[in-house]
Design a protein around this ligand. Structure first.
Ligand code: MG
Length: 332
């Protein structure tokens, strides 16, 4: 088996680069000192993210292809979250010499899997040796002439809506973390759904652009849990985000995760409201706007009362940090 340490940098690149599709925006792709991307809007959207082995992923839990898909997906979601169309990724890798070269090839395939549906792709990066795998991914995007959708634009009276899955990644992580990925008490199809959601998040990247076109007033992608990230919009906008009772608006999601929660003695509602890393789009829209496909209304934006909670669920205050207690104190 060929290891990374057996190859020169150019030999490794010769295996990696051909597996990456060229994005439509690339005027000059990998191979020169810089790539060149078109930026038709005249402004460039940029965001970056680092994934560290054993902190953000484990090689025992996820294949290289899954790690690549996940790394790309969470960056594509960041571009989408301001209403941009992702155009290219720059990916820098730290790789241990004892890593099989085929692992790096599969990583490239995973990056390409995630980018290809959106017309994006990897245009450059860097390689270095090190004691564990680190991926530093930068996404570039284009706003197509629109204003960016920021966290600060939510106004009282707006509708709170979300596109994407909720809580599935947290449920998948909990199964793996408990060493129960094969637990037969959880139906196999449910296990597959949640494990997949954790290993390979599938953000609704197109929903970000659609929300911007529809006039979304604020947006972000949910990386740290619905309630915690809702708190970020509320803080930036100086408003309250009031979620309806999950038993009314999220019953299907809670029901889906319930067999996993039952097997682990956990709380499916907590995963749906507070689970991270699903990377759905949480947005606010002016009242009366027809929500784009995939968005579901979860609540509304209210004036922030003096000393009141920034986020409520079914009328109950959510603690700072996004914790939510079914049986907690009543209204704030
Ligand atoms: Mg984000």
């Amino acid at each position: 088996m060929t290891l990374v340490g057996d190859l020169s940098e150019s030999e490794l690149l010769a295996r990696f680069v051909p597996l990456l599709g060229a994005p439509g925006a690339a005027l000059v792709g990998p191979g020169d000192d810089c790539a060149v991307l078109s930026a038709p809007d005249g402004k460039v959207v940029v965001s970056t993210d680092v994934l560290v082995e054993d902190v953000h992923f484990r090689r025992a839990w996820s294949s290289a292809r899954e790690v690549g898909r996940r790394a790309a997906a969470q960056n594509l979601a960041d571009a989408a979250a301001v209403g941009a169309v992702p155009t290219g990724l720059v990916v820098s890798l730290v790789l241990p010499g004892e890593l099989p070269a085929v692992w790096v090839e599969d990583l490239a395939r995973g990056l390409d899997d995630a980018c290809r549906p959106w017309g994006a792709g990897v245009v450059g990066g860097d390689l270095a040796g090190g004691p564990l795998v680190v991926l530093a991914v930068t996404v570039l995007g284009d706003l197509e002439g629109r204003a960016p959708v920021l966290r600060s634009g939510a106004r009282p009276g707006d509708v709170v809506a979300h596109a994407g899955v909720r809580g599935r990644s947290a449920a998948g992580f909990a199964l793996l973390d408990a060493g129960r990925a094969d637990d037969a008490r959880v139906p196999a199809d449910v296990r597959a759904v949640v494990l997949d959601a954790f290993r390979v998040p599938s953000p609704p990247v197109g929903a970000g652009r659609a929300a911007a076109v529809a006039g979304a007033t604020a947006m972000l992608d949910v990386s740290d849990g619905l309630l915690r990230d809702a708190g970020r919009i509320a803080s930036a906008s100086g408003v309250r985000l009031a979620f309806d009772d999950p038993a009314d608006v999220l019953a299907d999601e809670v029901a889906l995760l319930s067999p996993v929660a039952a097997a682990l003695g956990a709380d499916a509602t907590q995963w749906v409201l507070a689970g991270g890393e699903d990377h759905g789009m949480l947005a606010t829209f002016p009242p009366g706007v027809a929500l784009p496909d995939g968005f579901r209304t979860l609540g509304r934006v209210e004036e922030l009362p003096t000393d009141g909670a920034r986020v409520t669920v079914g009328g109950r205050a959510v603690r700072a940090g996004g914790g939510w207690d079914h049986f907690g104190p009543g209204k704030d």
